[in-house]
Design a protein around this ligand. Structure first.
Ligand code: NAD
Ligand code: MG
Length: 400
C-alpha cells in the first residue's frame, strides 16, 4: 500500500475520532498530517499530540489561543491555521494524499470539493456535500482523477457489494446488472413510539440511537429518518442511480448495512457491527483490508434479522427527501439547509420535534420554481443554502 498522509477534517467529531483510532493502528502505512476542529480545542490539542499532526485548523483567533493554552506536548506544537479558507488551503497542500471529510453539515462542502478538485483520495463522510452539490462534486472528482470512497455505512456497504469495475471508477450510469439499491435504516429511537407522543420528545431522547453512537445532528436526523432521505440522495449521486431504483428498508438491528439487488435475483449484502471504524478502515485501506479494531459479528448470538417497509406517515422527512430528489437540486439544497436550522433549533429546545418536518416543507414550498440551471457553481449553491437558512430561521422563530 502507498504511504498515506491524512488530513482529517472534523477530527474531534464522532467520525474524526474513529478515523484516528483506525489510522493510529497503522503507523507503517499512514501518518496524520493535519487535523481540524470547530470547538473542543482541548480535545484537538490532545489528538494533535498523540497523532503528531503537523498542522491544525481552528475557526478563530480565540480558538487558536485556547489551543495554545491546551497544548501539552513537546516544543511549540503544530502550525495553527485559522478559518474556513484554511480548510481548503490545507487540503491542497502537496503533502496530503488522503482527505477524511468529516465536518458536519454544508460547512463541509467547500473543503470536500477542494479535495475533489485537487484529485486526492477522499473518504467522504460528509453526506451534506453530496445532497447540496452532488452533480458538481461528482463531476469535479471525475474530471480531476480523485478517488472517492464512501464512508457512510450504507454507501460503503453498497460500494463493497458493487461489481469490481464500478469500484475502480466514478460512475456516470448505473452499474450493469444492478437492478436496485436497498438502503437499510434502523428506524431510530422512535420507530415504535406512539405518534401522538412525538410532539413531546426531548433532544436527549432523539439522540439516544438504539444502535449507533454519533454526533447530535445526525442522531436527530436518524430519529426523523431525514438521515435516510439524505442517504437516498447521496446514493443517487455516488452510484448514478435513478431515484425509483433506490429503496429504503427498515432493519432494526443495524447489522446489514445495505444491499445491492442484481438482475438475476441475487442480493449482495454487507454485514458487520454497527461501528464506523469498519467503513473507515475499508476507505483507509482500499483496495486492501486492514485491522479496524472492530470485533466480529456473532451471528448465532444475534439470532435474527428483521426487515420492514418504512412508514412515511411516521417519518414525513423521508417523504420530503424523496420529493426533493425528484424535484431537483434546488430542492435538495433547501431540504438540507432547512433541516440543519430546524435540527439546531430543536436541539436548543426552541421548536418541537414534530415541527422539524413542517419547517422543511414550508422552506421547500418557498423556493419552488427556482431553476436548477443557476446552481452549477459552489457560490450558487452556498447562496441558496444561505437564503434557505434565513427563511428557516424566521419560521423557527415564529414557532418558538
Ligand atoms: P460530530 O458533530 O460528532 O462532529 C463534527 C465535526 O465537525 C467536529 O469536529 C466539529 O468541530 C466540526 N465542525 C462542526 N461545525 C463546523 C463548521 N461550521 N466548520 C468546520 N468544522 C465544523 O459529527 P459526526 O457524527 O462525526 O458526523 C460528521 C459527518 O459524517 C456528518 O456529515 C455526518 O452526517 C456524517 N456521518 C456520520 C456518521 C456517524 O456515525 N457519526 C455516520 C455516517 C455519516
Ligand atoms: Mg448512514
Amino acid at each position: 500500500m502507498k504511504f498515506q498522509q491524512l488530513c482529517v477534517l472534523g477530527s474531534t467529531g464522532s467520525i474524526g475520532e474513529s478515523t484516528l483510532d483506525v489510522a493510529l493502528r497503522h503507523p507503517e502505512t499512514m501518518a496524520v498530517y493535519a487535523l481540524s476542529a470547530y470547538s473542543r480545542m482541548e480535545k484537538l490539542a490532545e489528538q494533535a499530540r498523540i497523532a503528531r499532526a503537523k498542522i491544525v485548523i481552528v475557526p478563530t483567533e480565540q480558538a487558536r489561543d485556547r489551543f495554545r493554552q491546551a497544548w501539552a506536548g513537546d516544543g511549540a506544537g503544530p502550525e495553527i491555521r485559522i478559518g474556513a479558507q484554511a480548510l481548503v488551503d490545507t487540503v491542497l497542500d502537496s503533502e496530503v494524499t488522503t482527505v477524511m471529510a468529516a465536518i458536519v453539515g454544508a460547512a463541509g462542502l467547500p473543503s470536500a470539493l477542494a479535495a475533489a478538485k485537487a484529485g486526492k483520495r477522499i473518504l467522504l463522510a460528509n453526506k451534506e456535500a453530496l445532497v447540496a452539490a452532488g452533480g458538481l462534486f461528482m463531476r469535479t472528482a471525475r474530471e480531476n482523477g480523485a478517488e472517492l470512497l464512501p464512508i457512510d455505512s450504507e454507501h460503503n456497504a453498497i460500494f463493497q457489494c458493487m461489481p469490481q469495475v464500478t469500484r475502480a471508477t466514478i460512475p456516470t450510469e448505473p452499474a450493469a446488472g444492478v437492478r436496485r439499491l436497498l438502503l437499510t435504516g434502523s428506524g431510530g429511537p422512535f420507530r415504535q413510539t406512539a405518534i401522538d407522543q412525538l410532539a413531546g420528545v426531548t433532544p436527549d431522547q432523539a439522540c439516544a440511537h438504539p444502535n449507533w453512537s454519533m454526533g447530535r445532528k445526525i442522531s436527530v436526523d436518524s430519529a426523523t429518518m431525514l438521515n435516510k432521505g439524505l442517504e437516498v440522495i447521496e446514493a443517487h449521486w455516488l452510484f448514478a442511480m435513478p431515484v425509483d431504483r433506490i429503496k429504503v428498508v427498515i432493519h432494526p438491528q443495524s447489522m446489514v448495512h445495505s444491499m445491492v439487488e442484481y438482475e438475476d435475483g441475487s442480493i449482495l449484502a454487507q454485514l458487520g457491527q454497527p461501528d464506523m471504524r469498519t467503513p473507515i478502515a475499508y476507505g483507509l485501506g482500499f483496495p486492501e483490508r486492514i485491522d479496524s479494531g472492530v470485533g466480529l459479528l456473532q451471528l448465532a448470538m444475534l439470532g435474527r434479522l428483521d426487515f420492514e417497509e418504512p412508514d412515511f406517515e411516521r417519518f414525513p422527512c423521508l417523504r420530503l427527501s424523496f420529493d426533493a430528489l425528484k424535484t431537483g437540486q434546488a430542492a435538495c439544497v433547501a431540504l438540507n439547509a432547512a433541516n440543519e436550522i430546524a435540527v439546531d433549533c430543536f436541539l436548543k429546545q426552541q421548536i418541537r420535534y414534530t415541527e422539524i418536518a413542517p419547517v422543511i416543507e414550508s422552506c421547500l414550498e418557498r423556493i419552488t420554481g427556482r431553476s436548477d440551471t443557476s446552481l452549477d457553481s459552489l457560490d450558487d449553491v452556498l447562496a441558496l443554502d444561505a437564503h434557505t437558512r434565513g427563511i428557516a430561521t424566521e419560521l423557527c422563530q415564529l414557532k418558538a
